[in-house]
Design a binder for this molecule. Sequence first.
Ligand code: F0G
Length: 451
Amino acid sequence: MSKPKQSDAVYQKCINPACAAEFDCAQVLFKCPECGELLDALYNWDKIEVPDKLNDFAERWANRDNRLDFSGVWRFRELLNFCDDKHKVTIGEGQTILQRNDAVAGYVGMKPACLYLQYEGLNPSGSFKDNGMAAAFSHAASVGAKSCACASTGNTSASVALYAHHCGLKCTVFVGSGRIAFGKLSQAMDYGALTIQVLGDFDDCMRQVQAVCSRLGLYLLNSLNPFRLEGQKTIMYRIIEALGWEVPDWIIVPGGNLGNSSAFGKAFYELKQLGLIDRIPRMAIVNSTGAATLADLVNNRKLSWNNGRVEQKIIDDYYADLAARNFSPHTCASAIEIAHPVNLKKSLRAIDICNGVVLAVTDEEICDAKAIVGKFGLGCEPASAATIAGLKHLVTDGIVDSNQRVACVLTGHLLKDPDLTVNYHKDRLGRFSNRPVEVPNDLDEIIKLIH
Ligand code: F0G
């Protein structure tokens, strides 16, 4: 096992403090080979020249002819500098915006100028995943990977397929049959991935893909990959950049496989460590009630990070209960339909770093919140709207104050799941449905209707 040299600026390290094994970045590892826990990409900051003020990053954005400066991921490259510039992959990810939205603020009970929406659906494949893939494919390039795979509830497969075809890697994606939204499935096929529909759910796919990657030596692109999470840190950099380098009071994020929440906690921890921010925002992670592992474990079974000594028995008992009930998660927010989130422990660490809270919202609340984001904002997919539904609860319960500054991460584009949207407006009739009206093919009738 090659250990990192003391002089290395970047290395991999097991998150389990009782193990704390360290590895070179050139090794392709998705779990600690010594204890099986998750790995971090870590930096010796005194060996990296990090700009001493955050504004230096923003100034790069004007260099349109420098591909790394223009990338919303790589213009922050000193904060995720795990490979040479020549291996850094970009397809224009991270050109996403933070928009103030007073109408949605009103819906959740917040004051004007307090709610901001971070539209990650504006990425090339239509979801936040591209932030992570720019980073993970750069690592794949630096280790010479030729073939890659992932399991997915849809967005990961779309993003992996897009980056793989851009980088010339063979690509296999595993999705639960009938479990992913059509927009996402169409992307994986169109970008040329071998698309394997497993007769099972996401958790089954996640197990299979790990076994396949180990057997066949494929490069795994799920968020077990520590380099992917490095890319997802940049969503937080862009939020504070858009706020003039001020840290919001709250970040609200949907919780599925828990990669984002894990990456966000790490991002803020490192910025504070570097003295680039003076305080860390609080974070709320929002599950769906149909897939509420994190909410159940944290709120009902009192699981916590506990300085890295997470009580494994609580997790094992919980999963044994799920298995005894033959439980399979179900929610209309198919992106977060996950019962065994692989980043659970890193997410507990992020909750600890950010003084975080976890809650779960119903499908009805998600669909109504999604309609509100569509009516007053730029739209989003159901999982993303869980943030708005969750925030409404947090304001009602007095956990978020109505005049605090909040940023909700809208993780995926509205067009990812057109079926759910059409169904909500046309057939199912939710609180904010906007039903299409049928008329005879007759000008007078049409004019009468519009009047
Ligand atoms: N929102 C969207 C739109 C997603 O696609 C996902 C995850 C999440 C939220 C949850 O993020 O896993 O970081 O907690 N989608 C994965 C996929 C699982 O396969 O596309 P997380």
